[in-house]
Structure formats: C-alpha cells, structure tokens
Ligand binder design. Structure first.
Ligand code: BYC
Length: 326
C-alpha cells in the first residue's frame, strides 16, 4: 500500500505539521490524502475560477470565428476555442476530486457569485484583437500556468501539463497573426498597434493584485499551490514580452517602460488597480454581456444535457439487465 500524508511521521506531530512536511519534501497531495480544510477550499476556489475563466474566455475569441480572414485562420481559431472548452472540463474534473460538485460550480458562475479572470471582460473590436489575445493573454497564461504544473495538488498539476502545451500553441498562433499584420499595410500595422494598446494593461492586471495586497498569496505559496508571487510573474511577463514587441516593430503603450540595468529587469509604470477592482465588481466593459451570453447558452443547451442524461440512464438500465440475464 502506498504511503499517505497521515502515516509519514514517526513521532507524534500534528496532521497539519505532517502535511506541511510532506509538501516541503516536494511530494504531491492526492485526492484521498488528508488535507487541511483551508487547503481544500483554496484549491476549489482557484481551480474553479480557473475553469470558469477558460469557459468565459471562449467568448471574446468565439466572436471572430465567423469573420476570420482566411480558412486557415478560421480552423486555427476554432481549434483554440475548442481547446479552451477542454481546459475548462479538465479543471472542473480536478476540482471535483476535492469534493466540489460540478452543478454547484456552474451555478455559482451563472449567478455571478464566482469570479473568473478580469481579462475576459474586455472587447474584441477588430481581428487584431485575436492576435493580441493569443500573444499577450495566452503569453501571460503561460507565465502564470507553467509553474502550476508543479503545484502541490496532483490532479491540478497533471491537468496543467496538457493545458500549458496547448497554451503555447495558442500563443504562437496569436503572435503569427500580429506578425502578419505588423508586416502588412500601414493600416494593418496600425490595427495591430491599437489592439496592443487595448490589451497591454489588462494583461498586466491579469496576474492579480500586487503582492502586498494579495490576501491569498502567502498561504498559497507556503502550501506550494502558487510557486511564484503575482508581482514576480508579472515582471517575468514584461521582461519576456518587450523583445517580442520590438521584433514586431510595435510600441508598448507605457512611457515609463525602460530597462533597469541594476535590477536586470524592465521597469514599468504604475498600474490602474482601481480599474481592476471595478472589473472584479462587475463593472468592466463587457461583464454584463459575458454573463448574459453564458446564461443564455446554458439555457439553450438544456436539451443536450437532458438527452445525454436520458441516454446514460438507458445504457445503465441495459447493462443492469444484461448482468441480470448472465
Ligand atoms: N481576475 O490573493 P490573490 C487563461 C482575485 S485563464 C479576477 O492574489 P490568488 C486563458 C482572486 O481570485 C486565466 N479575479 O488571489 C483562458 C482573489 O479573490 P477571491 C485564469 C482575480 O488566488 C482562455 C482576489 O482577487 N488563470 O489564462 O492567490 C484563453 C485577491 O487575489 C484576478 C487562472 O485562473 C484576476 N485577474 O491569485 C486564454 C490561473 N486576480 O478568490 C487564456 C490560476 C486575482 O479571494 N489562478 N483575482 O475572492 C491563479 O494563478 C491565481 O488564482 C491568481 C490569483 C494569480 C489568478
């Protein structure tokens, strides 16, 4: 029988302590292991918010599937949006291993009780926004999510491996769109620049509040749910993205952005945290639209869920009859 958190200690120490030692030894927590209730709650919160973000995140891009400029672009965009649905499903499944019910999680999203990423409350008025989302939003997602492949909860860490592989394809499809526009006509280059201007700040806000205003970070880092702080990941993203913008010949919309030799990082301007808080409270440019669309889609899909449940019941009854007859 494999060892569990509860039987690691030779001396009588508290379960909390054994749990922390187990994590400090870089061992994974699995669904049947003992865990502090707060660890379980934190994970359900983070994983379900992450799942909701993937599901709502399909909307800004789905908006452009019918208007993609070529068949190749359309196929890639459909595949990307479909991948996001898949990410949502793996993540809901990971949260279910912690005892969360899928129906409750979905109900919390639909009622507006649950959060999803701030970034998906911004509009996509031009095709270049699809490039900017792939490049910047998926780029930010990669910075934030690659360390989650090493998060302490096994099912979440394993789900993130596939998610990150797909995100890296998404990031490249976005960068390729930006490259085509940046090397195109002056109007196309302008379109790319305007999309970059729209998405740069929201992408930086996506990493969450500054470390000194992040109530969950300290405990989540101790439990190795989070491996890096919000500010560290934001800085990593800025450092990674500046040369990519230079390569495209586009300008990041921040007059305070400059290389700091001493720190070995780029400095950047103050971020609008009041805007972030407003978006979280439901007052971003597209919050109402996103929620209304999700609720409508859920209601429109009721017949599919009913048909799938009826089919599953029928299969179950058939199998039971076959077992009885055997
Ligand atoms: N938007 O104490 P903090 C994607 C909330 S999917 C909204 O730092 P934590 C993609 C936070 O929840 C993108 N809320 O929290 C999909 C907390 O509120 P509660 C999503 C945010 O959890 C499709 C409060 O602010 N990625 O990339 O330690 C296409 C205080 O924050 C945001 C993930 O979910 C935000 N941006 O750290 C393309 C990754 N930031 O819950 C791309 C997994 C913070 O206490 N999640 N809040 O009421 C994480 O890594 C962490 O949960 C966060 C926040 C870094 C996001």
């Amino acid at each position: 029988m494999s060892q569990t958190v509860a039987d690691t200690a030779e001396t009588p120490v508290s379960l909390d302590r054994r749990f922390q030692d187990w994590i400090d030894a870089e061992r994974k927590i699995e669904p049947r292991d003992w865990m502090p209730e707060a660890y379980r709650r934190t994970l359900i919160r983070q994983i379900s918010q992450h799942a909701h973000s993937e599901i709502i995140g399909m909307q800004p891009e789905g908006n452009w599937i019918t208007r993609a400029p070529s068949l190749r672009r359309k196929v890639a965009l459909i595949a990307k949006v479909q991948d996001e649905a898949g990410h949502g499903l793996y993540l809901y499944s990971a949260a279910e291993t912690l005892g969360a019910s899928r129906d409750d999680m979905v109900a919390d999203l639909l009622s507006g009780k649950a959060k999803y990423s701030s970034i998906f409350n911004y509009p996509t008025p031009s095709w270049a926004d699809i490039g900017a989302i792939g490049w910047l939003v998926d780029g930010a997602a990669i910075c934030n999510q690659v360390p989650l492949c090493r998060t302490s909860y096994g099912p979440y860490a394993r789900a993130m491996v596939r998610v990150c592989k797909e995100e890296s394809f998404h990031q490249r499809q976005g960068y390729e769109i930006m490259m085509a526009l940046a090397q195109g006509t002056p109007e196309q280059k302008q379109m790319a620049q305007e999309a970059l201007n729209r998405w740069w700040i929201p992408s930086l806000l996506m990493f969450g509040p500054p470390d000194d205003q992040s109530p969950n970070s300290a405990q989540s880092m101790k439990w190795k749910i989070k491996r890096h702080s919000n500010d560290d990941l934001r800085q990593r993203f800025v450092d990674m993205t500046v040369p990519q913008a230079e390569f495209l010949g586009l300008t990041l919309p921040d007059p305070d952005l400059k290389w700091n030799e001493e720190r070995g990082h780029y400095d950047f301007g103050a971020l609008p945290w009041d805007e972030f808080q407003a978006v979280l409270k439901g007052h971003g440019p597209c919050n109402r639209q996103r929620m209304a669309f999700r609720n409508k889609t859920f209601a429109d899909g009721a017949w599919v869920r009913e048909a799938a449940s009826a089919y599953a019941e029928k299969q179950k009854a058939r199998q039971a009859a076959a077992v009885k007859a055997a």
